[in-house]
Design a protein around this ligand. Structure first.
Ligand SMILES: CC(C)(COP(=O)(O)OP(=O)(O)OC[C@H]1O[C@@H](n2cnc3c(N)ncnc32)[C@H](O)[C@@H]1OP(=O)(O)O)[C@@H](O)C(=O)NCCC(=O)NCCS
Length: 184
């Protein structure tokens, strides 16, 4: 079952990053990375074609209150997102436990600096210590080694491969990884 998430006024801090709710003033930063070819496709959505498309998704982020903006401290720029999404699959043995599914994207200019593992670590702590999550899931396509590396670095273990429906309506194979709350 899904843990209850409400990121209103929640702010997480790491060495290099602030994670906070999305704001309307983040629009240009969001469009900058969401419109780049080869970024969104890896997470199951097409690059944004215009600023209106980014406005629509940004409004949804703000309304739904389950997606962090990842802000780089050194330039105060929103360079990515971490969503604490509803579960897209059941895992045998976890039916009565409370969980969520993480999804993340980073501006291509900032890849390879360990920024997303740093952000995900803070979100895991939040989910396990502040929110009542017994476990977290995360999934990526079999080809997406970059995303799988983030999961491995954060201690997730492979649990299931199955076909998944994406936000753009297509389906593809997804490799699910799981992390148990060590305090349970
Ligand atoms: C997945 C993603 C968030 C990783 O963020 P990150 O902060 O770059 O993560 P890391 O720095 O730990 O790098 C992870 C792996 O990416 C690969 N990588 C690093 N720099 C790279 C670059 N410039 N180009 C391509 N791959 C690169 C490396 O394999 C690295 O693993 P390693 O540290 O063992 O060498 C980022 O690649 C991204 O936004 N990808 C597109 C969206 C996506 O796939 N989201 C997940 C959907 S399931």
């Amino acid at each position: 079952m899904n843990a209850v998430i409400n990121l209103k006024n929640v702010v997480l801090e790491t060495d290099r990053l602030i994670l906070r709710e999305w704001q309307e003033t983040d629009l240009n930063d969001f469009f900058e990375y969401a419109s780049v070819d080869g970024v969104g496709q890896m997470a199951g959505w097409q690059p944004h074609k215009n600023i209106e498309e980014s406005t629509f998704v940004l409004d949804m982020f703000i309304r739904e209150g389950k997606t962090f903006a990842v802000v780089l401290k050194e330039n105060n720029k929103a360079i990515g997102s971490v969503g604490i999404e509803k579960l897209s699959t059941e895992i045998d043995g976890y039916e009565n436990m409370s969980g969520r599914e993480l999804g993340y994207v980073l501006n291509k200019d900032y890849w390879g600096q360990g920024l997303m593992p740093e952000a995900v670590k803070a979100v895991i702590n939040y989910c396990f210590k502040t929110v009542d999550c017994d476990y977290l899931l995360c999934s990526c396509s079999p080809q997406n080694r970059q995303s799988a590396r983030v999961m491995e670095k954060r201690g997730f273990r492979f649990v299931l491969e199955k076909t998944r429906k994406l936000t753009d309506g297509t389906t593809r194979a997804a490799r699910y990884h799981i992390l148990d709350n060590p305090n349970r």
